[in-house]
Design a protein around this ligand. Structure first.
Ligand code: 13P
Ligand code: SF4
Length: 304
């Protein structure tokens, strides 16, 4: 069933010169099908370079929108237009303008999990992979507003020692992971290293051996001499970790860390999107497009 559909998708993609990009949290069969899988930063870099006419983006809305901002001459398809990121919707442009009004002269860093309108109100974007060097690149004399993820914001504040003005957004999936679950997993697997995503709450981050983006977790697990890992992030990452490291063992900190929006993308929807060339993600307002792209391009000049 999956094999049939995947083959049809591959044929259709080749016929219309499409490339399939997938985030590390996508369902297993979507990751298996994709031309490229990665974290938000890797996908942004890839999307900016793609010369295929069509990018089928298997992820959530802000990721497809980022691809559209960085490569505006391509057609960006998001197979389920309702696959959103609740965190990205926890702050709108008007709220950010008000916050900026309270802190004149502040520089604004926005996590890529945000709307194009919020990016357009920001000086620079970041992802979980480069948030620390992005903040370190800013003028030390001026205050910094960090939106919309409070947990990533606090992580960056701890790592850089810079006080940040932090918006109280959060990821409903990552805050579900509890420190007591990490402790129970450690007790069950005493030799394992704990890798946590910076969207996790502070007690979970502090209980981890490493705090990393999903792409960084893949590289870390491949390079480490340890053979067992407890993974405190969305469970979709386990597919890639297990596939790329057949001799190693990976345990989820909790099986409840599931992002329902990431799982809205199915093989059937990918095939339909290619056949219909829809739904298309595009940014209609030229001013928002230019300013949001600038914030993303500034980010891409910082190496992580
Ligand atoms: P990464 O960029 O680390 O893959 O994270 C994206 C995301 O949405 C985390 O919830
Ligand atoms: Fe958004 Fe969290 Fe899902 Fe990532 S895991 S897309 S931050 S809701």
């Amino acid at each position: 069933m999956h094999a049939d559909l995947s083959q049809q998708i591959r044929q259709q993609a080749a016929a219309c010169r499409a490339i399939i990009l997938a985030h590390n949290y996508q369902p297993d069969e979507i990751q298996a099908l994709a031309d490229f899988t990665g974290d938000s930063l890797e996908l942004s870099r890839k999307a900016a370079q793609v010369d295929a006419e069509i990018i089928v983006f298997c992820g959530v809305y802000f990721m497809a929108e980022t691809a559209a901002l960085l490569n505006p001459t391509r057609t960006i398809l998001l197979p389920d237009i309702a696959a959103g990121c609740p965190m990205a919707n926890m702050l709108d442009a008007e709220q950010l303008r008000q916050l900026k009004g309270l802190h004149p002269g502040a520089q604004v860093v926005c996590y890529v999990n945000s709307t194009a309108e919020v990016k357009a109100e920001s000086d620079i974007c970041c992802t979980s992979a480069n948030a620390v060097p992005v903040v370190q690149s800013l003028d030390p004399q001026r205050p910094v507003i960090f939106v919309p993820d409070q947990h990533l914001g606090h992580f960056v504040q701890e790592r850089t020692g810079r006080p940040l003005i932090i918006w109280p957004g959060y990821c409903p999936t990552h805050v579900r992971i509890q420190a007591r679950e990490v402790a129970a997993a450690r007790a069950a697997h005493p030799g394992a290293l704990v890798l946590a995503h910076p969207e996790c709450s502070q007690p979970v981050r502090h209980a981890a051996d490493q705090v990393l983006s999903t792409g960084q977790m893949c590289r870390y697990a491949a390079g480490a001499s340890t053979s067992e890992f407890i993974i405190a992030t969305e469970v979709g990452l386990l597919y890639r970790l297990r596939k790329e490291n057949p001799g190693k063992r990976f345990y989820p900190a909790t099986s409840r860390a599931l992002c329902p929006n990431m799982k809205k993308i199915t093989l059937e929807k990918v095939l339909l999107a290619l056949q219909r060339r829809a739904p298309v993600v595009a940014i209609l307002d030229a001013g928002i497009q230019a300013r949001a792209r600038q914030a993303l391009e500034r980010m891409l000049t910082i190496s992580a």
